[in-house]
Design a protein around this ligand. Structure first.
Ligand SMILES: [Zn+2]
Ligand SMILES: [Zn+2]
Length: 355
């Protein structure tokens, strides 16, 4: 089968012919129907994130935002059948550790990152293997078609968990999203659906226009003002209730924290880059004085997908609104190259792996 293979960090990616995956006893294999192209793929290609355990030894298949149709099932899988359409989280869980047994599979002790770790070759491929299929394959309801499902990849489900659970975004709250790439635009859309007044912050007018289309009530172009956080505090009469750093660079993280009012909650979704290497200095005394909370957010537990899928079925959420383009597997390398200059808007989804 064809797959996008990382042979050497930062060197051009190639589409290669590789062996099809075979299911482990607890695993299932899915034909990939769609897989979003994400900035996280770009980080992995650059060789970032060794401090996070997301630096595979090449050669390695990239891609972590798939949906698919089950084509092969391991002998010990009980609840997943061939032919089922499934959503596939990127952060595979073991189903056995205490976190998994307490509904926090997204931060499983034995976490395996799809497309980021050698244990889980990625999904820019005709087929992908999913370990512990009973836990990690999430059957899709009939009311969700393949195109919609393909929009539910990492950036959408990650943003859902960040806004609905970790940020606990409520009706009428002011939410500011710093960085309006795939994760950020998803967060804008989801926070809006949860009833918040959302402000988008970015450097590019096209991305801010997209944020407004997705429900942002105000936007700030950070390249046109001295202090984007002060602008946000002005717009919100003293500071946002919830801030999101969707990018993970020092500037956006700091601006997000500085955008908060007293009692605010910061949600960190973006992982840092090779500049920060996992650490960003923050105004800790202000956390004390303003009782600010700093909350991390990783993926979405499979056991809570149903909440998000219900909101999609009822039309409150529409993952297709973020899909910019559909592409074939040979276009994936150039899409990732374009991310080097940040000049991509919305999310391209690869939905043709055999051309
Ligand atoms: Zn576990
Ligand atoms: Zn992603």
């Amino acid at each position: 089968m064809q797959a996008v293979v990382l042979e050497e960090f930062q060197e051009p990616l190639e589409v290669q012919e590789v062996d099809r995956p075979e299911p482990e006893p607890h695993g299932v294999v899915a034909k990939v129907e769609g897989c979003g192209v994400c900035r996280s793929d770009w980080h992995c290609w650059q060789g970032d994130w060794d401090w996070f355990g997301y630096r595979p030894d090449p050669p390695h298949i990239l891609g972590h935002e798939p949906t698919g149709t089950v084509v092969d099932v391991g002998d010990e899988v009980e609840n997943i059948e061939e032919g089922q359409e499934i959503a596939i989280p990127f952060n595979f869980a073991c189903g056995k550790c205490s976190l998994c047994r307490n509904g926090r599979e997204n931060i499983c002790e034995n976490h395996i990152g799809l497309g980021f770790m050698n244990e889980a070759p990625g999904a820019f491929a005709e087929e992908v293997h999913i370990p512990n299929g009973d836990i990690n394959a999430v059957p899709l309801p009939d009311g969700i078609d393949a195109e919609t499902a393909a929009g539910c990849g990492c950036r959408f489900m990650t943003s859902y968990h960040g806004m609905a659970h970790q940020g606990d975004v409520g009706n009428g709250e002011d939410v500011v999203v710093h960085g309006c790439g795939g994760i950020g635009l998803s967060a804008v859309h989801i926070a809006n659906a949860l009833g918040a007044n959302v402000i988008g912050v970015d450097l590019m007018d096209e991305k801010l226009a997209r944020a407004e289309d997705l429900g942002a009530v105000a936007t700030v172009n950070a390249s046109e003002v001295d202090d984007p956080a002060a602008e946000v505090r002005d717009i919100t009469n003293g500071g946002a209730d919830v801030s999101v750093d969707a990018l993970g660079i020092e500037t956006t993280c700091r601006n997000a924290v500085d955008s908060l009012g007293k009692g605010g909650r910061h949600v960190q979704i973006g992982l840092t880059t090779s500049d920060e290497q996992g650490e960003i200095p923050l105004p800790t005394d202000e956390f004390v004085a303003k009782e600010i909370e700093f909350v991390g957010s990783l993926g979405l537990q499979p056991s809570r997908y149903s909440e998000m899928l219900d909101m999609i079925e009822t039309g409150k959420l529409d993952p297709t609104a973020l899909v910019e383009d559909t592409i074939d597997i040979h276009q994936v390398p150039e899409e990732l190259e374009a991310m080097t200059e940040f000049n991509t808007v919305g999310i391209p989804v690869c939905n043709d792996f055999s051309s």
